[in-house]
Write a protein that binds this ligand. Structure first.
Ligand code: B12
Length: 252
C-alpha cells in the first residue's frame, strides 16, 4: 500500500488529510494519486480547487506532451472529482463550489472528447443516452457518451431530466437497439424502473436492450427493475453496449 508521502502534490496531500475520514476512502485515494504522475496530480488539484482555467491549460499541455487522453480522464479529471464528491457528501463544500469543479471538469473534457470520439471507425450501432427525470447530473453520462462514441457508436444524447416518453420517442425515432439511463440520486433511481415499465406498456421492451448506471445504482437494483445490464463506469458501459450488439434484439 502506498503512503501519503508517495503523492508529490502538496495540495492533494492536504486535501486527503483534511477532508477524508473513512479509512477505506483514505487508502483508495492515496493509492490512486500515488500511482498518478505529477502532471495528472496537478490536473486533479486544479479541478478540486474549481480552477477551470488551470485545468484547461494543464490538460492542453499534457496532451501536447504526449499523455494519453484516457490517462488524463482517469488519473486527472475523474480522480479529482472523487475528492470533490466526498467533500460535498460531508458538507465541506456546497452546490456553488461543486458547480465550479464541474465546470473545471468540463474544461478538461472539452479536449478529451474529440480525441476519444475521433477514432474514425465505421459506426457500429446506435445508442440513446439520458439522465432520468428529476435528475440534473450529467458528468458521468457525458463520459459514457464520449467513450461510446470513441468506440464507434452513434449516440443520441437526450440530456438531463428525461421523461419516460422522451426515452420512448427517441428509441422509436432512431430505431435504436440500445438505451442507456443514468441516475445519481436515490430519489430518481426508481424512474429507471418506471421507464422500463413504460417500454413494456408500449409493447417495445423486446426491441431495445436497456443498460443503467450512476453512482447509487447497483447490479441488484438493475436486476430488480428488469434492466438488461448495469455498468459501474464508462468502460463497462462500452463493454455492455458491445455485448448487446452480439445479442441483437428483434429487428425494427
Ligand atoms: C457534481 C455533483 C453535482 C452537480 C452536478 C453537475 C453536473 N452537471 O452533473 C450539482 C451541483 C448540480 C449537483 C446537484 C445536486 N446534487 Co449532486 N453530486 C455531484 C457529485 C459531487 C459528483 C457526481 C459526478 O459527476 N461524479 C463523477 C462521475 C464521473 O461519476 P458518475 O456520475 O457516477 O458516473 C460514472 C458511473 O456512475 C457510470 N455511469 C454513469 N451513468 C451511467 C449510465 C450507464 C448506462 C452506465 C452503464 C454507466 C453510467 O459511468 C460514469 C463514468 O465512469 C456527487 C457525489 C458522488 N460521489 O457521486 C453528488 C451527489 C450525487 N449529489 C447529491 C445531491 C443530494 C444533490 C442535490 C439534491 C443537492 C441539493 N441539495 O441541491 C442536487 C440535485 C440536483 C438534481 N435535481 O439533480 C448526492 C446524492 C445523494 C443521494 N443519495 O441521492 C451526492 C451523492 C452527494 C452526496 N451528498 O453524497 N450535484
Amino acid at each position: 500500500m502506498a503512503s501519503l508521502n508517495d503523492i508529490s502534490n502538496e495540495f492533494i496531500r492536504e486535501e486527503i488529510e483534511e477532508y477524508l475520514e473513512r479509512p477505506d476512502e483514505i487508502e483508495l485515494f492515496i493509492n490512486m494519486f500515488a500511482q498518478a504522475t505529477p502532471d495528472m496530480q496537478d490536473i486533479s488539484a486544479a479541478l478540486i480547487d474549481g480552477d477551470h482555467h488551470t485545468v484547461d491549460d494543464l490538460t492542453n499541455e499534457a496532451l501536447a506532451s504526449g499523455t494519453e487522453a484516457l490517462e488524463i480522464m482517469d488519473d486527472g479529471l475523474i480522480a479529482g472529482m472523487g475528492i470533490v464528491g466526498i467533500k460535498f457528501r460531508e458538507n465541506f463544500i456546497f452546490v456553488p463550489e461543486v458547480l465550479a469543479c464541474a465546470r473545471a471538469m468540463k474544461a478538461g473534457m472539452a479536449y478529451i472528447e474529440p480525441i476519444l470520439s475521433e477514432s474514425g471507425i465505421e459506426p457500429i450501432g446506435t445508442v440513446i443516452m439520458g439522465t432520468v427525470k428529476g435528475d440534473l447530473h450529467d458528468i458521468g453520462k457525458n463520459l459514457c457518451i464520449m467513450m461510446l462514441r470513441g468506440a464507434g457508436f452513434v449516440v443520441y444524447d437526450l440530456g438531463v431530466d428525461t421523461s419516460e416518453d422522451e426515452f420512448i420517442e427517441a428509441v422509436e425515432e432512431y430505431e435504436a437497439p440500445i438505451l442507456g439511463m443514468s441516475a445519481l440520486l436515490t430519489t430518481t433511481m426508481p424512474n429507471m424502473g418506471k421507464t422500463i415499465d413504460a417500454f413494456i406498456d408500449e409493447d417495445l421492451r423486446e426491441e431495445v436492450k436497456i443498460m443503467v448506471g450512476g453512482a447509487p445504482v447497483t447490479q441488484t437494483f438493475a436486476d430488480d427493475m428488469g434492466a438488461d445490464g448495469y455498468g459501474k463506469d464508462a468502460l463497462e458501459c462500452v463493454a455492455l453496449a458491445k455485448q448487446f450488439l452480439q445479442e441483437e434484439p428483434e429487428e425494427w
